[in-house]
Ligand binder design. Structure first.
Ligand SMILES: Nc1ncnc2c1ncn2[C@@H]1O[C@H](COP(=O)(O)OP(=O)(O)OP(=O)(O)O)[C@@H](O)[C@H]1O
Length: 215
């Protein structure tokens, strides 16, 4: 279980959010919403330990994530705005490289790349792919990872309608298997995920953004 307790973050002397509380449990998906600049990516980065919050605690299974950073991060899959694809490498080589850094029991790159519609493009350099195909290489990792918590920052960017549908099916599968997802997106997910909670950042919520039952 992920618990965020009393989290406050300032950037450039502006309070992005204050005393934020929420809990994410097995089988749950939480969508972080808010206008551009509201602090959505900052929140995700704070949870990952990439940005130091001004106040508050982040707990994983009851213990501080900073005190068990290695263990925590082994259970997290993160996809950010910069999705770490080397354009000079092929889709296949990118997955190979990722799998070295992110040990996984599933090395079936053929299936993963096939599922994201890249069959036949596995062995050409990524700089020859379209923006959406490029992004799909990064998303293929979702079919390889066996981590519990997925933290996804705008995963649908540049993805067409059928790709969005495919991703949502993959999310559903992950949730059914007991996984958790923390996601920023401007897409409406409420139709597709009954276990969805929403956390809205922005001026109206500063000081009292609370989802779930952090104790
Ligand atoms: N590297 C940085 N250095 C300084 N300030 C930053 C940095 N990154 C973001 N900020 C500031 O923090 C605020 C929140 O940015 P953040 O990226 O978290 O917003 P966001 O809600 O994810 O926005 P978007 O929807 O545009 O992706 C912004 O107003 C921005 O000015």
């Amino acid at each position: 279980m992920l618990e965020v307790q009393g989290l406050t973050c300032f950037r450039q002397n502006r309070c992005l959010f204050a005393e934020l509380n929420f809990v994410l449990s097995d089988h749950q998906i939480c969508q972080i919403e808010g206008p551009n600049g509201a602090g959505k990516s900052t929140l995700l980065r704070a949870i990952l330990g990439l940005f130091r919050p001004d106040e508050g605690k982040i707990l994983w299974d009851g213990e501080s994530t900073t005190q068990q950073a290695e263990l925590f991060l082994q259970q997290v899959f993160f996809l950010g705005h910069k999705f770490a694809i080397n354009s000079d490498l092929t889709p296949w080589q990118n997955l190979e490289f990722w799998a070295v850094l992110n040990p996984t029991s599933n090395l079936d790159f053929t299936t993963a790349l096939g599922l994201v519609g890249l069959t036949g493009l596995e062995h050409i350099p990524c700089h020859s792919l379209s923006a959406g195909q490029h992004r799909r290489v990064a998303l293929a990792r979702l079919w390889l990872t066996n981590t519990k918590l997925w933290i996804l920052d705008e995963p649908f960017t540049a993805i067409d309608k059928s790709g969005v549908q495919l991703l949502q099916q993959r999310f559903d599968q992950h949730l059914q298997n007991g996984g958790m997802i923390l996601i920023t997106t401007h897409q409406d997910l409420s139709q597709n995920f009954e276990q969805l909670t929403k956390l809205t950042l922005g001026n109206s919520t500063i000081g009292h953004s609370t989802v779930g039952d952090a104790e």
